[in-house]
Design a protein around this ligand. Structure first.
Ligand code: GLN
Length: 543
């Protein structure tokens, strides 16, 4: 039977709970255990798919087509375990399920209440599809004391009681702030936060204390005494040099040891951390550096492109170079070509990532033109592929080439997909339909042309990649675009949907309709990112 680890946070948000959960999972895995991580989000959106990347960061898409919290990306990158729809749930989804059942009459006249109906639904979610797992790590979003997280806390309390002794633990993350004027670390916020948690019936076994200065022994002892936790289980968590150093730093301060001890597990195998040491060695001792210009829309908030950022770092690990990312707001290129040269000339490669809406589109098309004309490595992802096709269409003399995403156009080089095949059969969409959960989502296969650059990069001709888009390059334009030198080297298995375009006459120019960044992992960098960074390294020798 799987053991449960419940992770909560207190004092403030942004304490890196997700990274802690992912690191703990990696450490348990390194000891040979089978682990899965789940995220409970207390907000009322059914999923984060309709939330602005400005507010909520990236929407992470799973193979089975769920739009989930970006923490699931960390989980996958750290554990290599692909997340499922069933690994992320929000209050919105729980209520939606319950209300649908209530309308159907499934509750047979009962009054439907938070306790037991909502809490039962949360418990069912936590316990679903566990298979032969050793540990399930459940991270609760938000901060202890939030009104919205109360049903989740209550469900954990009940579940811990039902699971019985030794089957679950609670790990609580808090902040130990440093007051410069007094020159002291303060433990009071941690004490209050643990008191809040225990008042909900949950006594933590392990405390993870984020601090900017080392936590003296005396303060650890004080926290232990006030919070009813073993002193060795008060884990100090200082900032790490990179996120990939976090598993090693948590191991050094005893996190995984304390977790096993709290379960009463003795004599567990020592973790094999070689792959983490190798990654950190590559990150800390690069043999060169490159700068990639990412021309996008949400450049002010890097969480909006979390997986992209990480995939570029992984490409750097594959080539043993440090990757600098310059985030460039596409709008600066609109109507002013001098900006193009001054901003893009110093770049060793250019990337246009996924995006929604018209704002900045013309600037991105200008960046594609610059990359094509100057033979600078170009990688277009989703929207970035669509813009590359529009750019080529205009270069081929198709005036007014555009996307129907931006309104009606006489030349819809990119248009709305209204019908396509998925594993569940034919999918249909219409103009003006629901926005939530209705895109082409999740993993789809593509067939690659055996003679293409991408086939040699992947080393195979059938691939499966994750999608999240509503529009598609229109196959009516394949012929004129190919005449201009853009080759459609990857298509959906039925030949209807363009998946990849590339330019054989260019050093490295690839556009993909999917999101390869979602499948890149530090110890298994995505081949397209490894190859793109390799091209940037070559370019850096020319500049
Ligand atoms: N907005 C475009 C579409 O819906 C591209 C989406 C994306 O880049 N993820 O097709």
């Amino acid at each position: 039977m799987a053991r449960f680890i419940f992770i909560t946070g207190g004092v403030v948000s942004s304490l890196g709970k997700g990274l802690m959960a992912a690191s703990l999972a990696a450490l348990l895995q390194a000891r040979g255990y089978k682990v899965r991580i789940r995220k409970f989000d207390p907000y009322l959106n059914v999923d984060p798919g309709t939330m602005s990347p400005y507010q909520h960061g990236e929407v992470y898409v799973t193979d089975d087509g769920a739009e989930t919290d970006l923490d699931l990306g960390h989980y996958e990158r750290f554990t290599g375990v692909s997340a499922h729809q069933s690994d992320n749930v929000t209050s919105g989804r729980i209520y939606q399920t319950i209300i649908t059942k209530e309308r159907r009459g499934d509750y047979l006249g009962a009054t439907v209440q938070v306790i037991p109906h909502v809490t039962d639904a949360i418990k069912d979610f936590a316990k679903a599809d566990l298979g032969d797992l050793d540990f399930v790590i459940c991270e609760i979003g938000g901060t202890v004391g939030d009104i919205e997280s109360l049903p989740f806390m209550e469900a954990i309390r009940q579940l811990r009681n039902e699971l019985g002794r030794g089957q679950s633990i609670s790990v609580h993350t808090t902040l130990v702030p440093y007051i410069a004027a007094a020159g002291e670390l303060k433990t009071k916020p941690t004490q209050h936060s643990v008191r809040e948690l225990t008042s909900l019936g949950i006594q933590p076994e392990v405390l993870v204390c984020r601090c900017e200065h080392p936590l003296p022994d005396s303060e650890r002892a004080k926290i232990a005494a006030f919070c009813n936790v073993r002193k060795s289980a008060v884990i100090p968590a200082l900032d790490a040099s990179s996120i990939y150093a976090v598993p090693l730093t948590y191991h050094a301060v005893g996190l995984d040891d304390e977790v096993l001890k709290a379960f009463g597990i003795e004599g567990a195998a020592a973790p094999d951390l070689t792959k983490w040491e190798d990654i950190n060695d590559a990150l800390e001792n690069p043999e060169g550096e490159v700068t990639i210009g990412v021309v996008g829309k949400y450049v002010g908030l890097q969480d909006a492109y979390k997986s992209l950022n990480e995939a570029l770092v992984h490409g750097g690990i594959a080539n043993r170079v440090k990757v600098h990312i310059k985030w460039i707001d596409a709008e600066v290129f609109e109507g002013d070509d001098s900006e193009l040269a001054s901003q893009l000339e110093p770049m060793h490669a250019i990337l246009v990532p996924g995006a929604f809406g018209e704002r900045g589109a013309e600037g991105k098309i200008a960046a594609v033109r610059f990359a094509r004309e100057r033979n600078v490595p170009y990688f277009g992802i989703c929207f970035g592929m669509q813009m590359a096709c529009i750019e080529e269409a205009r270069a081929a003399g198709i005036e007014g080439a555009s996307s129907t995403e931006f309104g009606e156009t006489p030349e819809p080089v990119v248009g709305l997909i209204t019908e396509w095949m998925s594993e569940e059969g034919i999918q249909k969409r219409e103009e003006g339909g629901d926005l939530g959960g209705t895109m082409r989502l999740g993993a789809y296969e593509a067939k690659l042309d055996g003679n293409s650059r991408v086939a040699s990069i992947y080393g195979k001709t059938t691939i499966s990649e994750r999608h999240r888009h509503r529009y598609e390059v229109n196959t009516h334009y394949v012929e004129p675009l190919e005449k201009g030198g853009l080759v459609f080297s990857g298509m959906s298995p039925d030949g209807q949907l363009p998946e990849i375009v590339e330019r054989p006459d260019h050093d490295w120019f690839v556009g993909v309709q999917f999101h390869p960044e979602l499948k890149s992992r530090p110890f298994d960098p995505h081949p397209l990112f490894a190859s793109f960074i390799e091209a940037a390294v070559k370019q850096s020798r020319l500049v």
